[in-house]
Design a protein around this ligand. Structure first.
Ligand SMILES: [Zn+2]
Ligand SMILES: [Zn+2]
Length: 486
């Protein structure tokens, strides 16, 4: 390393533009070494100094600066090194885990398949045995007739002169009857057979059966550190612009990736929704209403939610709203009169569905419902606060039946306190966890998949997906745009 550095310096001692002239000065404007001809020509007006002068100063200041870097910056960077080491180890362990899950499935699928083939063989055997039995019965019947006919025809042929007359007549009658019956057996051409028709090997179905590999990655694209309080809502409207609301700011602002504000809108709420046509839907906790405003912020309609107050709002795929409504009570106690509901309504404020109780009509779905998100498979995901510092994720079918509840049991933390929830294009459920300062991902069926990111000094607070970007607002008043691949 050191040797190659010296070499590079040595090669640059002679000016490339002016043959054999020594590079004895340094142009600060261009940040390059220059020779006496350079100084006269293109660097004439620039800020330059001789290398000797510069070094006199540097020999004094550089060691101090290096000491400072070693003391203040290297430890942090070294910690980052160990973070990568940890990631490498985690990914190696992850591969082993994936492999063992697949091998486990392989074993159980193979024994299932063997069983299915054995079942088919048994089925074939049973059907053929039934056919064989019928053949055997018919053969036995015919055999008796044949033997009887053999006896009678022999007797009539050979003993016709010695048999009594009556017997001859009886025997002839019987012989003809037996012959007719025997001919019937041979004429019915009875057939019974079992044929196995093999099915087609459905590779697609087998692939679905085995499962697929999901790969999640995240990378920071932009980091804006210009907010003074907790970010309460982020609603991107394009790749470069988003409406951002803060806890201690009465205005939601439309900002770009440089943090420049192009618009602002007065709102008393911490949450807002922008419809497909660009209308704003705002909730007002104090006034207990929901208002729809057009692009010019003129109120189009307002709906009263009294006596309940609207706490959070989100938008569904078909431009309906999911509104969280609550009574004035605290999280606890839950009284028979408590109302803790999520309502699906149209932009014209027509209530389409109220989610409050389970199928029995008695058991509550929510203790203290928070933020919501509709999944692409039309499931409804609701953050449910259980106490001052614990919560769960409740996922409902669109019709309100409970699909699953996730309480963080598969996470490596002793507490679970989800805050914001969002769904991606492949129906994965992303949520921020206040307890661990992380963003986690669940499958649509409620299986914990991975932790997308975890911060030591920051708390991801609100999230919103726009195309391939995940916009994340932090509790500490920071906004990041993360490139998100799933
Ligand atoms: Zn030169
Ligand atoms: Zn210059």
């Amino acid at each position: 390393m050191a040797a190659s550095l010296y070499k590079a310096q040595f090669a640059l001692r002679i000016c490339e533009d002016h043959d054999k002239k020594e590079l004895h000065a340094y142009c600060k404007t261009c940040e390059k070494k220059i020779c006496s001809s350079c100084i006269k020509e293109e660097h004439h007006q620039h800020d330059w100094e001789t290398i000797t002068d510069i070094l006199r100063e540097k020999k004094h200041s550089l060691p101090e600066e290096c000491k400072e870097i070693r003391a203040k910056q290297l430890p942090g960077l070294k910690k980052e090194l160990s973070r990568f080491d940890r990631k490498i180890e985690e990914e190696e362990a992850r591969f082993e885990q994936n492999k063992s899950i697949l091998n486990g499935s392989r074993q159980s699928y193979i024994s299932e398949i063997n069983q299915l083939f054995d079942d088919r063989i048994d089925e074939c055997r049973q059907k053929s045995e039934t056919a064989i039995q019928v053949y055997k019965d018919k053969r036995e019947g015919l055999k008796q007739k044949v033997e009887h006919l053999e006896t009678m025809t022999t007797a009539l042929e050979k003993d016709i002169n010695t048999l009594p007359d009556h017997d001859i007549l009886d025997m002839e009658k019987e012989m003809r009857e037996e012959l007719e019956k025997a001919l019937c057996y041979s004429a019915d051409k009875f057939t019974c057979t079992a044929v196995f028709v093999p099915g087609k090997l459905d590779i697609q179905a087998m692939q679905n059966m085995i499962g697929e590999t999901h790969s999640f990655s995240m990378e920071e694209k932009y980091n804006l550190d210009k907010f003074s309080s907790r970010i309460s809502c982020v609603k991107p409207i394009s790749d470069t612009n988003a409406w951002v609301g803060e806890d201690r700011n009465m205005y939601a602002k439309l900002i770009d990736l440089a943090g420049e504000e192009s618009k602002s809108m007065k709102t008393s709420c911490k949450d807002l929704v922008i419809s497909r046509s660009g209308d704003f839907v705002l909730i007002n906790k104090g006034k207990r209403n929901i208002a729809v405003l057009n692009k010019d912020e003129k109120t189009i309609s307002t709906i009263d939610t009294k006596p309940l107050y609207p706490a959070w709002i989100s938008k569904t795929e078909n431009d309906d709203l999911l509104v969280t409504l609550k009574d004035d009570g605290d999280i606890h106690p839950l009284l028979p009169t408590s109302r803790r509901i999520v309502q699906r309504m149209t932009l014209a404020m027509k209530v389409l569905q109220t989610y409050e109780f389970r199928e029995d009509g008695k058991t509550r779905l929510f203790t203290f419902p928070g933020r919501t998100a509709e999944n692409k498979n039309t499931d409804i995901c609701v953050v449910n606060v259980l106490s001052e510092n614990t919560g769960e994720l409740v996922v409902l079918h669109r019709d309100g039946r409970l699909k699953f509840t996730y309480r963080g049991h598969t996470l490596m933390f002793d507490q679970f306190y989800p805050h914001a929830v969002e769904c991606d294009s492949k129906c994965h459920i992303l949520f921020t966890d206040r307890y661990s300062g992380s963003i986690h991902i669940l499958s649509a069926e409620g299986m914990y998949l991975c932790t997308l990111c975890q911060y030591e000094q920051l708390n991801p607070w609100v999230i919103s997906i726009n195309g391939g970007d995940l916009w994340c607002g932090f509790k500490e008043g920071r906004l990041k745009v993360l490139k998100y691949k799933n």
